[in-house]
Design a protein around this ligand. Sequence first.
Ligand SMILES: *[C@@H]1O[C@H](CO)[C@@H](O)[C@H](O)[C@H]1NC(C)=O
Length: 415
Amino acid sequence: MHIKTAVVSGLAVAVQVSAKASCKARFDYTSIEHIEVGVRPYWLIDEMKDSPLKEQLRECASIDEFKASPWNLGHRGGATLFIPEHSLESNLAGARMGSGALECDVAFTKDRELVCRHSQCDLHYTTDIVTRPELNAKCTVPFQPASDGRPAQAKCCTSDITVDEFKTLCARMEGANNQATTPEEYLLGTPSWRTELYGTCGKVLTHKEHIQLTDELGLIFAPELKTPEVEMPFEGDYTQEDYAQQIADDYRELGIDPSRVFLQSFLYDDVLYWVQNDPDFGPQAVFLDSVGETAETMPAAIANLTSYVADGVNIVAPPLFYLVTVGEDGTIVPSEYAIQAKALGLDIIAWSLERSGIIGATGGGYYFSTISDVITRDGDVFELLHVLAQDVGIIGIFTDWSATVTYYANCFGLA
Ligand SMILES: *[C@@H]1O[C@H](CO)[C@@H](O)[C@H](O)[C@H]1NC(C)=O
């Protein structure tokens, strides 16, 4: 396992702070006394084909006390599989299942406060905003029912409302029903393999609240500056640079050590801005790579890696499938992209596990697209994780269900 020591020691120190902070907790929740992995990892292991890896994972059933791992980054909180993304509840469940880092995707409100949302304009399908007449009316496109074969419509952005208005929303499971004739029906669009059981009214979080929560839990911060969906500069004077600076300044204001923060963006210019202008946050800035989405564009993605290093970028984060391919013997092996990134000394964070539903039935879809021919069962998720950990040497992985990664990380000395 190759992990840059600077990164790891920073992560390790922070996670040791542990979660027993309930006496002065800002948020109201049952304290986290133990890391819990629940039943899913065991189910996945039992679903694996017979192999030495399966035996090793089974032996780890004897682990007494699972530890949180910074190798495990809670995607949109870390319990997004079953709990509304970016809610307090998803972050708490992610932490309880062993995420050592928690993600807040950042978007700005009308009054320029940063809040946790996966997209600037996803409020209509991740919150109950369309059922709130006075807030729905402020949406870029207020809810319109399906009629005459035309699907229902809505488009609601964080920049349509103030932070105080945002705080009144309920987080819901991601998804919308385009056949809906009422706002309430519109919210019922959750895929069958997720659940609405925990989607009653998740507590939405501002970026500063997310920082306070993550700090209270003693964990690492993984915020992502989401690409604006409104014209920048917003209202004529809020520039992309202002926005990129604000995300770093939120940590400064709350007294967080920058070594605990991994700022991410899909916009290369954001990453360059941090690298060139913010020596505290720049060295750990993460470029979320979406250059090599197809076999045609992957060569450019690989070629580009050299220029990232030359620009001073230290960490790249591509989707899972960039990092692996099928070897001649039919096993999962590191891809050219992974080999080149490692050769250049780049650290790699992968995204995102546990986002693909029932992978045995589908070959896994987008996240498994370079290895779908050898994905035949849900337990294959551990085969992929093993190659990413042992052969690619990633420094961390985002997951929608933290327990799966926690189990592996504790089994293989990554926690
Ligand atoms: C990656 O390569 C492509 C093709 O050469 C180029 O157009 C693009 O700007 C590069 N992306 C980055 C982020 O450097």
